[in-house]
Design a protein around this ligand. Structure first.
Ligand code: ZN
Length: 100
């Protein structure tokens, strides 16, 4: 009884907690450096542990340079129900279909 947790499950739970902490840090931080770091860590944890991060959050992190995308360093356009987010730092264009 009570021994049903595999090691993998525990790891995933830790990863989820890490993602939550990082996302809080990422969205609340006033420092670009901290939020960028949190964003990078967030992606790394999620990738390694196959934890999902919310779409809204994914849309705000550049997949190439891992920077937090905001109104200063990115452009968001909506074309034919596709959200197009361009990173002005590295030029990467992210496309998200079907609205937010
Ligand atoms: Zn970029």
């Amino acid at each position: 009884m009570g021994r049903g947790h595999s090691r993998n499950n525990i790891r995933r739970r830790h990863a989820k907690a890490g993602v939550e902490t990082m996302s809080r840090l990422w969205s609340n931080s006033e420092s670009d450096e901290i939020s960028q770091n949190a964003g990078t860590t967030l992606i790394a944890i999620a990738k390694r542990n196959r934890v999902r991060i919310s779409r809204r959050m994914r849309m705000r992190i550049c997949r190439t340079c891992k920077k937090t995308l905001n109104s200063k360093n990115s452009k968001t356009r909506i074309k034919m129900k596709t959200i197009v987010v361009s990173c002005l730092d590295c030029g990467r264009v992210h496309k998200y279909r079907g609205g937010a």
